[in-house]
Design a protein around this ligand. Structure first.
Ligand code: BTN
Length: 276
């Protein structure tokens, strides 16, 4: 990862162009999301990008650890200060998922699917993920509160070094395209795409954005399992609602029911009846 190279490849107006508070590249950080939140509390503006070569406490969704070995992945966080509030913010995750999938495809020709909410899927395995967080105390100096969009992509992670339960579920760009990817070029492409997709949100092109997400979905039309408020549900993932929630048609206890999932995690049923 090289910040000068990144800068030279940006076509953005705002992302990565935050004036006197520059983008950051750290050798080691606990988490790029935590660092982005910390500088947001010190009034860093919209668009700053934080990178780390390794993370000692990388976070995944639902409180999970994000294993972040040195130079084996792209670990980056965007500090955004959106004008939108509340439910509309869920669409930022949708926009980020579309942008990152498109950027990976543009940079590597590897086809990327999206598993709700925002797992990046290649050949049925997880290539990366996105963690969007709204840390407290960031609406300072008259600025909008921050939304941190953290992106983790496995570049060259060696699956043999991963815990047993992850080994067969995870892939990397090295595995998918049999060559090494230029992290700076990929990061620039992500920033360029993300700015464009955020512009679509700004211009209220929500339906088009959701269609782009749906076209990449590996979830819709599949049998899934999810836990909602402590209750396990089984059903068919049938749609994404206008605010980015997953609509599941369940037929538990002999009656059809439509359940709308705003958060959480799903497992997709395989042909052999197991869940992935
Ligand atoms: C997921 O659970 O799929 C989301 C993973 C997000 C990981 C990235 S790595 C960069 C940023 N910093 C973190 O601590 N997490 C995100």
């Amino acid at each position: 990862m090289n910040l000068d190279k990144l800068q030279s490849l940006l076509t953005t107006k705002l992302l990565g162009r935050a004036g006197e508070r520059h983008n950051e590249l750290w050798d080691t950080l606990d988490s790029t999301n935590s660092r982005a939140a910390a500088i947001a509390r010190e009034a860093a503006p919209h668009g700053v990008i934080v990178f780390a070569r390794e993370q000692t406490a990388g976070r995944g969704r639902l409180g999970r650890q994000w294993i972040s070995q040195r130079d084996a992945g792209l670990y980056m966080s965007f500090l955004l200060r959106p004008e939108q509030k509340g439910q509309e913010l869920a669409l930022f995750t949708i926009a980020a998922g579309v942008a990152v999938a498109e950027a990976i495809e543009e940079s590597t020709q590897v086809l990327v699917g999206l598993k709700w909410v925002n797992d990046l899927i290649v050949d049925g395995k997880k290539l990366g993920g996105i963690l969007a967080e709204m840390p407290a105390g960031t609406a300072v100096a008259g600025l909008n509160g921050a939304l941190i969009v953290g992106i983790g992509i496995n570049l060259s992670v060696d699956s043999d070094t991963l815990p047993e339960e992850l080994r067969y579920k995870v892939t990397s760009l090295r595995e998918a395209c049999a060559s090494d990817v230029d992290a700076s070029a990929l990061a620039a492409s992500i920033a360029n795409m993300l700015e464009d997709r955020l512009r679509m949100l700004q211009q209220r092109e929500h339906a088009r954005l959701l269609d782009m997400w749906k076209k990449r979905s590996v979830t819709l039309g599949r049998e899934i399992r999810a836990t909602v408020n402590g209750r396990e549900i089984h059903g068919t993932a049938c749609d994404i609602s206008p605010d980015g929630a997953l609509v599941v048609e369940s037929n538990g206890a002999g009656r059809r029911e439509r359940i709308v999932l705003h958060a959480g995690e799903i497992s997709i049923r395989n042909a052999d009846g197991s869940y992935a």
